[in-house]
Structures are given as structure tokens and as C-alpha cells.
Ligand binder design. Structure first.
Ligand code: SAM
Length: 279
């Protein structure tokens, strides 16, 4: 017999393995297994799927993912103290959990996983945005992942799903919505975590679209959007003048007004502008 119920409660795991949370690693743990099971369910049907989990910590979400039937989970964790705790989970789910001790920014998950692949994680806040941007900006599309189910600080989640004209609209909204469908599927108060962070959190579910909503080169679009939102509230022609001396002509060719501000430009406009830089 094996399964989630054979393993000790997470508070006990933390005490046994001395896993006092470290702020430098962005450690805010989820210890309620009902909650981690609920987050795992947001990732969709995992029965025929490999799952990449970044930052499993003591393994609450890992247990949820395995219990909900994931074919295999690859868990990448930087904190060596967590590895023995995760090994206990691996023993309860033979051949279904692979643990890698290391930095998720430096490991190629494709060497360990077989498609179809979904990603699920309660991300460390210090690398969460960087990982998301990497998942969203590969040159080739569709990407290796079918969906991303990710916990972020509420403010970051709001930026991912933001619409033009709103304060939260910026680089993350454009990159996320260009080639995926992004929704906030759960909101969590600080008290859901141990220790509680200062701010609320939310789970965002992103599904990769079969093809981008509008044509554009990923690298060019990334650069255009980064420059456009780097100087918020500036007119586009001023914010983007470093990209090309004739930026005003390119903006007009893309159907944009050089006096517009980035906050007002819909996704389609940024893609049209990126196409003006195609060689
Ligand atoms: N998934 C666990 C949970 O929900 O309780 C822990 C989430 S905690 C917010 C983030 C985890 O990411 C920590 O366990 C931390 O050690 C780990 N971590 C931090 N930076 C990392 C990195 N660069 N690569 C892999 N894991 C990292």
C-alpha cells in the first residue's frame, strides 16, 4: 500500500528534517494537504502527463501532484535540507518522483521528462518572474509544456492577466497573453503559508495556445515590450528611440501613434511593431 496517507504530516516532516524556512530561498511553505491537493487539481488531468515542479520544499504540492495521478514528477529543489524529506515521498511512490538538487535556472528539464508535460509550482518569489518569462519566450512554439499552474504574489498574478489601460498592464501581460490563455484560478491569504508572507498570493493557470494570437518573433517582441514599459508613462517614440533611429516611421507603419503610451497599446499593436523589426 502506498499513497499520500502513509506519509507523516508536513509539520512533522519539517520538525524531523529541521526545515526552518529561509527567507533567502523564498521559503513560504504550504502545510495543508487539502490545499496542496486543490492546487494540484488546478493543473488538470495529470494521469498521462509528466509534471515539472520547481521548489518542492518539504513536498506538500509534490504529494498533491502524485496523489492526483501524475505519471511522473520531476522536482528541482535548491535547498539540500529538503532532499531527505523528498526522498521519503519518492519511496512512497516508486518510480514516479525524480528529485534533482540544484538551481532551476540552470537545469534542462527536458533531459528528464517525456511529453506531454505540465508545470506546477509554488514558486520562490526571487526567481518566479525569471522562470515565467523563460517559459513564455522560447523561439519555437508550442513549447515543451502544455500548461503552467503557478503560485505568485497576488500583485504578480494581477500583472500576468492585466488588460491594456490598467495599472498592472505591462511586459508580463503581453508575453503571457500573446501565446497562452492566462487565468487566476485561486486566491490565498498570507495565513495559508508557513511562515506567512506579507502579501496575499494567487495561483495562475496558463494554457499554451497551439499558435500565437498574432505573428511576431519572440526575441524581438521581448525587446520591444521591455523597452516600451521600461519608461512607463513616456510617449512610445521617446521610450523606444533607443531601438531604432527611425522609430517614429516604424510606429506609424505598425498602425501606432508615436505619442501613445505603452499602457494603452493592446497585444496586437506590440506584435505589429515587432514585425517592423523583422529582418
Ligand atoms: N513547494 C513548497 C510548498 O509549497 O510548500 C515550497 C514553496 S517555497 C515558496 C519555494 C521553494 O523553492 C523553496 O523550497 C526553496 O528552497 C526553493 N527554491 C528557491 N530558489 C530555487 C531555485 N533557484 N531553484 C530551485 N528551487 C528553489
Amino acid at each position: 500500500m502506498s499513497g499520500i496517507d502513509d506519509l507523516p504530516p508536513l509539520r512533522e516532516v519539517i520538525a524531523t528534517h529541521g526545515l526552518a524556512a529561509r527567507k533567502s530561498l523564498g521559503q513560504n511553505f504550504l502545510l495543508d494537504l487539502n490545499l496542496t491537493a486543490k492546487i494540484a487539481r488546478q493543473a488538470g488531468d495529470l494521469s498521462q502527463t509528466d509534471v515539472l515542479e520547481i521548489g518542492p520544499g518539504p513536498g506538500g504540492l509534490t504529494r498533491g501532484l502524485l496523489a492526483s495521478g501524475a505519471r511522473k514528477v520531476l522536482a528541482i529543489e535548491k535547498d539540500s535540507r529538503c532532499i531527505p524529506a523528498l526522498a521519503e515521498i519518492a519511496a512512497a511512490y516508486p518510480d514516479r518522483l525524480e528529485i534533482i538538487e540544484g538551481d532551476a535556472l540552470e537545469i534542462d528539464p527536458l533531459r528528464h521528462l517525456t511529453p506531454p508535460i505540465r508545470v506546477a509550482a509554488n514558486l520562490p518569489y526571487n526567481v518566479g518572474t525569471e522562470l515565467l518569462v523563460r517559459w513564455l519566450t522560447p523561439e519555437r512554439w508550442p513549447p515543451y509544456w502544455q500548461s503552467l499552474t503557478l503560485m505568485f504574489q497576488r500583485e504578480v498574478a494581477d500583472r500576468i492577466v492585466a488588460q491594456p489601460g490598467s495599472k498592472a498592464y505591462g511586459r508580463l501581460a503581453v508575453l503571457a497573453q500573446w501565446r497562452s490563455e492566462a487565468r487566476i484560478v485561486m486566491s490565498l491569504p498570507p495565513g495559508a503559508f508557513t511562515p506567512p508572507p506579507k502579501v496575499s498570493s494567487a495561483v495562475v493557470h496558463l494554457t499554451a495556445l497551439p499558435k500565437p494570437r498574432f505573428d511576431a518573433d519572440a526575441g524581438i517582441l521581448s525587446r520591444v515590450v521591455a523597452a516600451a514599459f521600461n519608461q512607463r508613462r513616456k510617449m512610445l517614440r521617446a521610450a523606444l528611440k533607443g531601438l531604432a533611429p527611425d522609430i517614429e516611421d516604424r510606429l506609424i507603419a505598425a498602425g501606432l501613434k508615436p505619442t501613445d503610451r505603452a499602457e494603452q497599446i493592446p497585444l496586437e499593436g506590440f506584435c505589429a511593431l515587432a514585425r517592423q523589426f523583422d529582418t
